[in-house]
Write a protein that binds this ligand. Structure first.
Ligand SMILES: [Zn+2]
Ligand SMILES: [Zn+2]
Length: 267
């Protein structure tokens, strides 16, 4: 039995690690195509980001593997496979419930990790990326990785969810984790500006967290930040793109268009 649990945990770690490499790799390639040179001079940092992220993947695999084993062999969790087990309207509601619960957990644990002593111990690793890249999505100290790893395996015991909806939640989690750190905005303007953007978090919002070290603690929604007065608004990428130009050896170069676009976004 112990061996089966260990095998399940290792399999999950492998899945999380490979998923990270594929998604971060894809968005790093997209960054290279869209903003060539944006990650210039950051090779050592990116190697660090990959190493911390793969260590985090190992940690993420443990609770996920134990729960996956219990689901298969002992019928644990509220995950269901028959879409008609609940009314159809519940499927999108369950996705929103998971995202909101995850966001709530993230906001408060993240804010807690910004207390000076805990920051040094558990969260400085994530903020060592200056500026973060697409590879920083899972660059966490093991303590931070544990806080991130337990939440979805816990929620599947509490909130019923169809297996495909759970897949969607995990896909959203993965893509947002990467795109929030990659140094430019991939989403359409309405998602980070205007009435919808006022409540959603994308790179323009999280980038400001990495810039200021304070505020903008949320993950998917600006709800808690706005409610608790920690929302610092959306930023832009002008400074980061200018710094990339300096690292490349100055001059306007390919980043000029991107920077102009960034300036247009400035709030
Ligand atoms: Zn932080
Ligand atoms: Zn971050």
């Amino acid at each position: 039995m112990l061996l089966a649990i260990l095998a399940s945990a290792l399999a999950m770690s492998l899945i999380v690690g490979v998923r990270y490499l594929i998604v971060s790799g894809a968005f790093a390639a997209a960054t290279h195509a869209k903003h060539p040179g944006l990650y210039a001079g950051l090779s050592a940092q990116m190697r660090r980001e990959v190493a911390w992220s793969l260590a985090s993947a190992l940690i993420y695999g443990v609770p996920a593997g134990v729960v996956a084993w219990g689901w298969k062999t002992l019928g644990w969790t509220q995950i269901y496979a028959d879409i008609h087990a609940f009314p159809l309207w519940y499927a999108p509601v369950s996705v929103l419930l998971y995202l909101f619960a995850h966001d709530t957990w993230f906001y408060w644990t993240h804010r807690w990790m910004h207390q000076p002593r805990i920051f040094k111990l558990a969260h400085a690793v994530h903020h060592d990326s200056r500026p973060p890249t697409a590879w920083a999505a899972m660059a966490f100290h093991p303590i931070e990785a544990i806080t991130g790893a337990v939440i979805i395996p816990l929620l599947v015991f509490l909130i019923p969810i169809h297996i495909a909806c759970l897949g969607l939640v995990l896909a959203i989690m993965t893509v947002m984790g990467v795109t929030n750190h990659m140094g430019w905005e991939v989403f359409p303007r309405f998602m980070w500006k205007g009435p919808v953007g006022a409540w959603l978090i994308t790179a323009s919002h999280h980038q400001r967290h990495h810039d200021l070290y304070r505020g903008n603690y949320g993950l998917y929604f600006r709800f808690w930040d706005r409610l608790c007065g920690t929302d610092k608004g959306v930023g832009d990428f002008v400074k980061a793109h200018a710094q990339a130009r300096v690292r490349r050896g100055g001059g306007g170069g390919g980043g000029a268009g991107a920077d102009a676009a960034g300036r247009g976004r400035h709030e």
